[in-house]
Design a protein around this ligand. Structure first.
Ligand code: PDD
Length: 279
């Protein structure tokens, strides 16, 4: 196996990719990342992921250690070198760089980056059976639009949810449903898909972007708006989306069954269409 380590493809071994104790990613979570799907050996929606990566770096004033065309080439080279022909996912992270510990970052640091690829089996069981989610107060910071490495709010919430038998926490803040621990959230009511608008309260998911595009192609109406926690009780269907999972139906929110614990018609239609379109 090979990995990308700062402009070079190297054998995937810890000794080949050592990071200093003074790396700001290690000390402060000062960095950003992307998770990209590989279908049939090909990187999917790479341009959208790179748009978001550059946006995240820009928002944090991290000096990009590569140009867009360079990173594109390196990531393609990585998947090719690994002779990756199956389905999988690529993880790419960029940290601001190294300096003696100080909250205040120096301007001229050289950012450090790496990428790995791994096989990833289709989560067929989740697609067919759906998952349960549990409401939790959103204690994350107010820049959830940045795909930052600083994920403690998500880490604590997802761990708690999974220890209690739920796949994801469903975050609410100020009485509004925001998103899940590592995925976007959607509610269907009277044939309309409702989902949170893209702003600082959620991550603008790439899968979300695709789903909204596919909904338009299928002539399913979409409303990007704030959904209150109370409204969940009236939901016809709910689902979540994320790069590794695609579209996963939600069959239960805490003790409340959604659509009699069944997978809704519109959710199923979107799932089938999604499968067709990504291949
Ligand atoms: N998470 N919201 C949050 C908080 C996320 O962490 C993610 C993805 C999403 C969905 O975004 P996308 O459709 O672009 O994958 C929404 C990744 C997969 C992760 O942290 O591993």
């Amino acid at each position: 196996d090979y990995m990308l380590w700062n402009h070079e493809i190297v054998e995937r071994k810890a000794e080949n990719a050592m990071v200093s104790f003074e790396d700001r990613g290690y000390q402060f979570g000062d960095g950003v990342y992307e998770v990209i799907r590989i279908y049939d050996g090909k990187l999917h929606a790479l341009d959208w992921h790179l748009d978001r990566l550059f946006y995240s770096m820009e928002q944090l004033a991290i000096r990009a250690p590569f140009s867009r065309s360079e990173i594109k080439q390196l990531l393609k080279q990585l998947t090719e070198t690994n002779k990756f022909t199956a389905d999988g996912k690529l993880y790419l992270q960029v940290t601001r760089g190294m300096q003696p510990r100080d909250h205040v970052y120096m301007e001229e640091l050289d950012a450090i980056f790496y990428a790995t690829v791994d096989c990833f089996d289709q989560p067929v069981e989740m697609w067919e059976k759906g998952v349960k989610v549990t409401l939790q107060e959103d204690i994350r910071w107010l820049r959830c639009d940045i795909k930052s490495l600083n994920l403690l709010g998500n880490v604590l919430a997802r761990t708690k949810a999974q220890r209690n038998g739920y796949h994801e926490p469903l975050f609410h803040r100020d009485g509004i449903v925001r998103e899940c621990g590592a995925s976007n959230f959607y509610m269907i009511k009277d044939g309309v898909i409702h989902t949170h608008p893209t702003n600082n309260y959620i991550l603008g998911g790439i899968t979300r972007k695709k789903v909204l595009m596919f909904a338009e192609e299928l002539a399913i109406p979409v409303e990007e708006r704030e959904i209150t926690v109370e409204e969940l009780q009236e939901a016809d269907e709910c689902f979540l989306t994320a790069t590794p999972l695609e579209i996963v139906p939600i069959t239960q929110i805490d003790h409340q069954p959604i659509d009699h614990n069944q997978i809704g018609k519109i959710t199923k239609r979107l799932q089938q269409y999604y499968r067709k379109r990504v291949y």
